[in-house]
Structures are given as structure tokens and as C-alpha cells.
Write a protein that binds this ligand. Structure first.
Ligand code: ADP
Ligand code: MG
Ligand code: ZN
Length: 476
């Protein structure tokens, strides 16, 4: 029997607001424990929440980008449960009227395109963190993360492979980063996933019993958890047993999932409308304004670069892999740099310099006018490409004026044919052995003499000019 794997995702994303969802505490990651807290986010009696307007704005922008319909009259609900990372003993979330619904995301898996349906997107608050110290046999609570705004994005059970899941998450990350609503740093927990998985005989239309794996926070563990859990379920069914609907935890170290709690003793969250917050009303005008500020997303940019600049798809993908990098490229082109040349410099030198420094494009000092000028100098024949790369390295961290740097270091390309000729004559006189080697057919000797002449000209000559001058001298 062949089996089909069916997966639905619930993804929690921390929003990049400066302050928390219902109070003015900072959302900064880390910090000494329990220093980013106040009576509201620690749930002191009588403290009242006020919705951060930015959270609503970010949630709506995300909903629009995921092609959802926006709920203009939405509201918050209280989800009650006791756990030590939640001092209020309830989480403010949205159950009945989520801010966005019925969206769709297209993903590319190899040659195929596929649409993943979004069931809903809602706003909620994050909980604190428990830090287990096995050495002291203690558990400590850090409430800094309490009240950090989240959106939860729930898909329909539309995935069939781990590959599709990763393609969706990459797309989601890219979209949210372009919108500026989240940094999506999985290693800091800004994007975490619950994976719901079931299996069924290939061709069957009915859904099998699913399990849920909570809080996966790397692509690697998501892929391995899916592989493991699908195998486990298939084996169970083939042995004549049945899958129990339960929550399972992925253990990174053991490479296995194990049961946390089953649906039979699932908690009753006693949801009810949050009495401390008024319903959220979005006017048509508010919505239109938000829609008008939506930025061009990566996919649209890729299509535009291919169409308007005739760049290969690979280049378009590299250039749009980061929003700041794409903006840099667009400024280069606006300054008159030929698109393909701009793309080559970005993919080669800029990305190289960034990765060497473990830096992100948005933090780079180099500005587009500086690189545009450098590229123009090469084009005008005033710098050779090798020298230009050296100048690039020298100005990358400071954004120093390229013309000043070239003049100060006397790097301008030697186009004076008399100077080139003189240097070549000197080389021939100094290396009679190479000359006779060359004349007896040893092409290698020629390369050596070119190198010597370039050295004589301090690397500033146009290599083609040197080549031509040497050939001419040797031929006569
Ligand atoms: P709950 O509210 O109990 O978490 P939902 O019905 O809202 O359950 O589903 C949560 C997630 O599980 C959704 O992403 C959904 O697509 C997925 N899901 C539901 N049923 C199945 C199933 N049989 N197999 C795989 N995924 C499923
Ligand atoms: Mg769930
Ligand atoms: Zn607070």
C-alpha cells in the first residue's frame, strides 16, 4: 500500500513592534530576566490592557499579503489555562473572530506551483519562558516575553511533503520580512511551527487521525520530525494498530517524537470574549490606507527584474533574497549602472564582503552612489577590474569617496601607450631567457612577461594593452 502524508501548519510569528501588544514594555529579545515587565504583562489584579495599534496594522498587512479577507469587526477572546510561564493564567487571543481569514499562498516546488490555503490569521500574546537548570534541579521563570505580540497563521491541511512545508515557510518568511512586520529569526524563536500530520491510503479523500508536534524552530528539525512521524504512523497502521490523536514533542537529541498529551485529556480552555478590551473596528478607510502602503513583495520584484532588466532568474532570486539588497540594486540601476553589471557586482563582491563579515545588507556602510561610481570608472576605462575590486574592498566599510581614494593611491589605469611600451621594453631587456623561451614556442614565458610588465606598471594597466604591446615587440 502506498500512503499519502497530509500536513497542516500553525505558525507563530513574533511581530517587530517596539512595545508589547497590551502595554508599553519593550519587546527587545533577551535582557536580564524579568526586566521587560509591568503590571499589565505580568497580569497583576486590576491592570488593564490597551491594544497596540501597530500590532493591528502589522496583522492586517500580513493578512493582505497572504490574500486573506480582513475581518473589519474582530475581537479578542480569553483562553484560560494554568502554566507557570503564564502569570495571568490566561492568554488573550482571537478564537471566534480572527482578524484575517481564507487566504492563499502560492509556493514553487521544483517545476510545479501549488496553492496552500490559509484558514486564518489571528493576533495573540506570547507567554514567558521557563529556564530549566538540571545542575541545580531548578526551574526559573523569565516573564520578559510575556505580552510580546504574535500572529498565528493556520493553514488548511494542504501539504503532502516536508519539501512543500519548507517552501511555504521560506515564502512566509520572505513575505513577512519584506512587509517589515517580523524579523522571522527562527533561532531567536520569532518564527515557530506546530506541525499537524496524518497519513491515509493514496487516493483516499478522507483525512486520517492526526498528531500535532509543537514548537519546531528550525527547518532541519521540521523536516526530520515530519519524516519520523510519518514513518511512525504508517508502521502503526500497517501493524493493525491505530493512531491516537495527541500532541507529541520532537526531541532533537533522540531524533524521535514522544507523546505529551492526548486529545482525550485535552484541556478545556473555557474561551470567552475578553471583557477588558473593546472589539476592534476597522473602517473601510483604514483598510484602504493600509492596502495602499503595502510594499512590492519579493515575487513581484523578481518578475519585474526579469521583465524590465532581462536578468536571469538566478540573478533575480539572489537580488531579492534580502529586501535591503534589492533596494540597493534598484538604487544602483536608478543611478545609471547597467543592470547586469550591477547584479554581478552585488552577487560577487557585495555578497562576498557581507558574508566575510557575517553582516546583513541593511547594516552595510557602502552606499549605492559609491558603487555606481566605481562601476562607472571601470566602464570609462579609468580603473581596471582588478584594481576596482581592491578599491571596493578598501571603501566597503567606510563608504569613502571613490575618486578621492583612487587619486590618493594613484590607482588610475595607465592608458598611456608610451608608458606601457616602455615598461614592456624594460621587461624584455631584463629577461632575455624568457624571450628566447617564448621564441622557441613556450607560451608560458609570455604569461610571465605579462605579469612582470603589469608589476612594472603597479597593476594599473589595462591587461589587453599590455598583451598587445608585448606581442608586437616580440614579433618584430
Ligand atoms: P485545533 O484547533 O484543535 O488545533 P484545527 O482543526 O484548527 O485544530 O487544525 C489545526 C491544524 O491542523 C490546521 O493547520 C489543520 O490544517 C491541521 N489539520 C487538521 N486536521 C488534520 C489532519 N487530519 N491531518 C493533518 N492536518 C490536519
Ligand atoms: Mg492547534
Ligand atoms: Zn508590560
Amino acid at each position: 500500500m502506498t500512503w499519502e502524508i497530509v500536513i497542516g501548519l500553525e505558525t507563530h510569528v513574533e511581530l517587530a513592534t517596539k512595545t508589547k501588544i497590551f502595554c508599553a514594555c519593550t519587546t527587545a529579545f533577551g535582557g536580564p530576566p524579568n526586566t521587560h515587565c509591568c503590571p499589565v504583562c505580568t497580569g497583576m489584579p486590576g491592570a488593564l490592557p490597551v491594544l497596540n495599534k501597530k500590532v493591528l496594522e502589522f496583522a492586517v498587512k500580513a493578512g493582505l499579503a497572504l490574500n486573506c479577507s480582513i475581518t473589519q469587526h474582530s475581537r479578542f477572546d480569553r483562553k484560560n489555562y494554568f502554566y507557570p510561564d503564564l502569570p495571568k493564567a490566561y492568554q488573550i487571543s482571537q478564537l471566534y473572530l480572527p482578524i484575517a481569514r481564507d487566504g492563499a499562498v502560492s509556493i514553487h516546488t521544483g517545476a510545479e506551483n501549488k496553492t496552500v490555503r490559509i484558514h486564518e490569521l489571528h493576533m495573540e500574546e506570547d507567554a514567558g519562558k521557563l529556564i530549566h537548570d538540571p545542575w541545580l534541579d531548578q526551574t526559573r521563570a523569565d516573564y520578559n516575553r510575556c505580552g510580546v505580540p504574535l500572529i498565528e497563521i493556520v493553514t488548511e491541511p494542504d501539504f503532502r511533503t516536508a519539501y512543500e512545508v519548507v517552501a511555504y515557510l521560506e515564502k512566509l518568511k520572505e513575505t513577512l520580512q519584506y512587509l517589515g512586520v517580523s524579523d522571522c529569526k527562527m533561532q531567536e524563536g520569532s518564527l515557530r511551527c506546530d506541525v499537524n500530520l496524518s497519513v491515509r491510503p493514496m487516493g483516499s479523500m478522507e483525512l486520517g487521525t492526526r498528531t500535532e508536534m509543537k514548537n519546531l524552530n528550525s527547518f532541519k528539525s521540521i523536516v526530520r520530525a515530519i519524516d519520523y512521524e510519518a514513518k511512525r504512523q504508517i508502521e502503526l497502521i500497517e501493524e493493525g494498530k491505530r493512531v491516537i490523536q495527541e500532541t507529541r514533542r520532537w526531541d532533537e537529541n533522540k531524533d524521535a517524537t514522544y507523546a505529551m498529551r492526548s486529545k482525550e485529556n485535552a484541556q478545556d480552555y473555557r474561551y470567552f470574549p475578553e471583557p477588558d478590551l473593546p472589539p476592534v473596528e476597522l473602517s473601510q478607510n483604514d483598510l484602504d490606507e493600509l492596502r495602499a502602503t503595502q510594499p512590492e513583495l519579493a515575487e513581484a520584484k523578481r518578475a519585474r527584474y526579469q521583465r524590465d532588466y532581462s536578468l536571469p532568474l538566478y540573478d533575480c532570486q539572489m537580488l531579492t533574497s534580502d529586501k535591503a539588497l534589492a533596494a540597493f540594486f534598484e538604487r544602483l540601476v536608478a543611478l545609471g549602472t547597467p543592470p547586469k553589471q550591477g547584479a554581478n557586482w552585488i552577487m560577487g563582491e557585495v555578497l562576498g564582503a557581507l558574508s566575510q563579515r557575517a553582516m546583513e545588507a541593511k547594516d552595510m556602510a557602502l552606499t549605492a552612489p559609491t558603487l555606481a561610481r566605481l562601476i562607472a570608472l571601470v566602464d570609462e576605462g579609468r580603473l581596471n577590474r582588478n584594481t576596482a575590486v581592491k578599491v571596493f574592498e578598501a571603501v566597503f566599510d567606510t563608504d569613502q569617496d571613490v575618486d578621492e581614494y583612487v587619486t590618493a593611491h594613484n590607482l588610475e589605469q595607465v592608458n598611456d601607450s608610451r608608458l606601457v611600451l616602455e615598461a614592456c621594453v624594460k621587461v624584455l631587456q631584463a629577461h632575455p631567457q624568457s624571450v628566447s623561451d617564448y621564441r622557441s614556442g613556450k607560451e608560458k614565458a609570455f604569461g610571465f612577461m605579462v605579469g612582470q610588465a603589469m608589476r612594472e606598471l603597479k597593476g594599473k594597466a589595462n591587461p589587453q594593452t599590455v598583451n598587445a604591446a608585448l606581442r608586437e615587440l616580440l614579433e618584430t
